[in-house]
Design a protein around this ligand. Structure first.
Ligand SMILES: *Cc1c(COP(=O)(O)O)cnc(C)c1O
Length: 380
């Protein structure tokens, strides 16, 4: 077996697709490499810089002391944690939904919810660019699934029209802000399509816009006014919320069902109480991060505007800005060049993105200055 593994690894190396763990240390909004080089971190999902906010951290520790570091079992056994339950009720209230379920991660959520709620008489229809965790969730589901061209709601409409009557139910799976292209889904149009049928449901992964967008920080679903239309809204705490874990807001029936059937919920140790306290602390402040949201928004407008001026192409309309460079080799070279100039970003290559659309994925955050962004553009 080792021989085969080695051969596969060599093939990856030959195609500039071999991955290694980066040897860098995060220091606030910078990363520091082994050789001492300090680089602006463009690979962080800490979009509102909550994770590097010293004041916030001090405030948290002044009012919270960890009851325990481990929850010692899954939530269905003794991993019951008052913080998690109160967080679930806070989330349900924020979204004005009957219920919320906390999962250990977005990966746990997406790989366990879809297999739990589907049967062989369900059809899943998913955007071509949904996150790997959603694809794995579909592969684990014992139902048919089809994918439609990215953000092409006409294609989706024709699939729904021709297929909906052949299945008990159809679940449309998409993302509000796409993690690789940084473009935003027209959730209103999606909701409009769903309303044409009585057996179509919406499952939307909002990982990248929770806290970042919307008056209350509830994301694109809030900004576009479609929270009511989304049957299962999933988002993660590991991005702008600067914690770890994920949740799904849904109906009480779906929650009860997930607690009974979602394997990633049942067969995994609950998140640590300390982690849940921090998550709850940040979620309680969600509406108050308006200043950071505005700063990030102005960074995004500035950066996208300058890219356009320079004729650089990106599909993005958000804080996630991929610069498409083509081959794996070119992407890796360009990332190295940027590192030399003090900008840390990674080349995203297959299988994460399709062949020949390798990219530098730049994540902007609220702590970056226009000057830093201008310098970056000059190098790009
Ligand atoms: C990051 C991400 C996930 C996975 O969440 P984790 O909590 O990191 O496991 C799921 N979906 C999308 C769209 C993501 O960007």
């Amino acid at each position: 077996m080792l021989e085969r593994l080695n051969k596969d690894l060599q093939a990856l190396k030959d195609e500039s697709m071999f991955r290694t763990l980066p040897d860098v240390m995060v220091q606030g909004r910078f990363v520091v490499a082994k050789n001492g080089r300090k680089m602006l971190n463009l690979s962080s999902n800490d979009y509102l810089s909550i994770g590097s906010d010293e004041t916030l951290r001090q405030e948290f520790f002044a009012s919270n002391s960890p009851e325990a570091f481990s929850s010692c079992s899954s939530r269905l056994m003794s991993g019951f944690d008052a913080c998690t339950c109160s967080l679930e009720s806070t989330l349900a209230d924020l979204y004005s939904k009957p219920a919320a379920v906390v999962f250990n991660s977005g990966y746990h959520a997406n790989t366990s919810i879809l297999p739990a709620i589907t049967t062989s008489r369900t059809l899943i229809v998913a955007d071509k660019l949904v996150h790997a965790s959603l694809i794995d969730g579909m592969l684990l589901s014992k139902c048919d699934f089809v994918r439609f061209a990215h953000n092409n709601l006409e294609k989706l409409a024709s699939i729904l029209e021709s297929k909906h009557s052949k299945y008990d139910e159809v679940i449309v799976v998409s993302e509000s802000t796409f993690s690789m292209d940084g473009d935003v889904c027209d959730l209103r149009a999606l909701a409009g399509l769903k309303r044409c049928y009585n057996n179509v449901y919406l499952y939307i992964d909002c990982a990248h816009d929770l806290a970042v967008v919307g008056k209350g920080g509830l994301g694109e679903a809030e900004r576009q006014g479609v929270i009511d239309d989304i049957d299962l809204l999933v988002a993660t705490f590991g991005k702008a919320v600067a914690s770890y874990g994920a949740f799904c807001v849904c109906s009480q029936v779906v929650k009860d069902y997930l607690v009974n059937k979602a394997r990633g919920f049942i067969f995994s140790t609950a998140l640590s109480p300390l982690q849940m306290q921090w998550t709850g602390f940040v979620i309680d402040k969600l509406a108050s991060f308006d200043c950071q949201r505005k700063k990030l928004q102005s960074n995004v407008s500035h950066f996208l505007g300058r890219l356009k001026e320079k004729g650089l192409q990106t599909p993005s309309s958000s804080h996630i800005v991929p610069i498409i460079v083509g081959s794996s080799e070119q992407a890796v070279k360009k990332a190295e060049l940027l590192a030399e100039q003090g900008f840390y970003c990674l080349a995203v290559r297959p299988p994460t993105v399709p062949q020949n659309s390798c990219r530098l994925r730049l994540s902007l955050n609220s702590a970056m200055s226009f000057e830093e962004l201008d310098n970056l553009i000059d190098i790009l």
